[in-house]
Design a protein around this ligand. Structure first.
Ligand SMILES: [Mg+2]
Length: 233
């Protein structure tokens, strides 16, 4: 195992939202995942099984289904975002210890999601984390350029004037960490047994591939990871 990089200069903490700030096994994201299938099915007037395949192809090729629908079908994003993020938040249980740990981090903290900004605010409010963040960046803020496209990260860093060398990125989707690492950020992959990102063969980035090149740390529990790597120093 390669030597772990120093984290002493980190003062920008960037968190993906879904399946990162809450655990994937909360079974919350499955609601969104299913609503995306349903929306594609209705929008393209195709059976749900076909819509499901289309959804995963869009995810693989465009970063999000939304971007695929916008690019190929010129779809209006707003109705889509309203529909797919209209989900039951009660599956998510606030974690006071996670709140405490994020609060203790020195520097600025951000949420950067491929979902809408409103979704980020709904979820972080429900989890009692919202007031800890200096900004929540949604898909509309990147002009509908989703991660893992390089543009998305450039727009985000430019907006908040973030020096990538002082930043760390937490994400559950391995391919969304490739650009952050190239830019100079530290990267933490948040893992779980439940996986929404690898139902497809993603351009050689399958879960079993050797992905340690651009991933500095891996954890299935952000709260403990922060305690161990940052707050106990
Ligand atoms: Mg995620």
């Amino acid at each position: 195992m390669k030597q772990k990089p120093s984290l002493s200069n980190i003062n920008n903490w960037i968190f993906d939202l879904d399946n990162t700030l809450y655990r994937a096994d909360a079974d919350f994201f499955s609601q969104i995942d299913k609503k995306i299938t349903l929306y594609i099915s209705k929008y393209l007037k195709i059976p749900e099984t076909n819509a499901r395949l289309q959804q995963k192809e869009f995810l693989r090729d465009y970063g999000t289904s939304l971007s695929g629908l916008m690019d190929v079908y010129n779809m209006d994003p707003e109705e889509f975002l309203e529909f797919v993020h209209d989900v039951n938040l009660s599956f998510l249980i606030p974690q006071p210890k996670l709140r405490e740990n994020i609060q203790l981090l020195k520097g600025r903290k951000f949420v950067f999601t491929n979902g809408s900004r409103k979704h980020a605010l709904n979820v972080t409010n429900h989890l009692n984390l919202n007031d800890l963040f200096d900004g929540s960046f949604g898909i509309e803020d990147t002009n509908y350029n989703p991660k893992p496209n390089e543009n998305a990260y450039d727009i985000f860093c430019e907006h908040y004037q973030i020096d990538p060398n002082s930043a760390i990125f937490f994400e559950d989707s391995p391919r969304n960490l490739i650009i952050p690492k190239k830019m100079g950020m530290k990267t933490v992959l948040v893992t779980s047994d439940i996986d929404y990102n690898h139902e497809f063969n993603s351009k050689g980035l399958e879960i079993n591939d050797n992905i340690t090149d651009w991933i500095d740390f891996k954890t299935n529990d952000i709260e403990s990871w922060l305690t161990e790597h940052i707050l106990s120093e």
